[in-house]
Design a binder for this molecule. Structure first.
Ligand SMILES: C[S@@+](CC[C@H](N)C(=O)[O-])C[C@H]1O[C@@H](n2cnc3c(N)ncnc32)[C@H](O)[C@@H]1O
Length: 121
C-alpha cells in the first residue's frame, strides 16, 4: 500500500502484541503515513476517515456483519465511495447482505490468491 500515493496507510488490529509488531515494522521503514490502531473492528470509530479498506480474512461471519454495519454507518455519516479489497473472502455473503455493497471484480496477488473488490456507496 505504501507504494501508492495514499495520504495514510493505517492498520487496525485487536491483539496488542500483533499491533506492537506492526508499529515496529512501520518504524523500521521510517514511515510517517501510518498509524496502527489497537481496537476491535466492530467498535472502531474512525471508518469515516478511510476510502479504501484492505481486509485479510480476519473475522467470523457474525463479526464481519457487525464490522460492515459500522462501515456503512460511516458512509451515511460522510457520504463517499469506499473500496473494499478482501483477501481470502470467507464472508462474501455478510458483505453483500448490507444491501449497500456491490461486488466489482477479482484481482490476484503475486502469490496467486484472489482478492475480491467491492464498492460501498
Ligand atoms: C489473517 S490475519 C491478517 C494479519 C494482517 N492484518 C495482514 O493483513 O497480513 C487476521 C488478523 O485479524 C485480527 N482480528 C481478529 N478479530 C479482530 C477484530 N474484531 N478487530 C480487529 N482485528 C481483528 C487477528 O488478530 C489477526 O491478526
Amino acid at each position: 500500500m505504501l507504494r501508492f500515493p495514499f495520504d495514510r496507510v493505517d492498520g487496525l488490529e485487536v491483539a496488542p502484541e500483533l499491533a506492537a509488531v506492526a508499529r515496529s515494522n512501520f518504524a523500521r521503514l521510517h514511515e510517517r503515513r501510518s498509524t496502527i490502531f489497537t481496537a476491535d473492528a466492530t467498535r472502531f470509530d474512525r471508518y469515516r476517515d478511510y476510502d479504501f479498506l484492505y481486509i485479510y480474512s480476519p473475522f467470523a461471519a457474525s463479526v464481519m456483519a457487525r464490522c460492515m454495519a459500522r462501515v456503512v454507518e460511516s458512509v451515511d455519516d460522510r457520504p463517499r465511495t469506499v473500496t473494499i479489497l478482501y483477501l481470502n473472502t470467507c464472508c462474501h455473503d455478510e458483505i453483500v447482505a448490507t444491501g449497500r455493497v456491490t461486488f466489482e471484480s477479482i484481482a490476484r496477488t503475486p502469490h496467486g490468491n484472489d482478492i475480491k473488490v467491492y464498492r460501498l456507496t
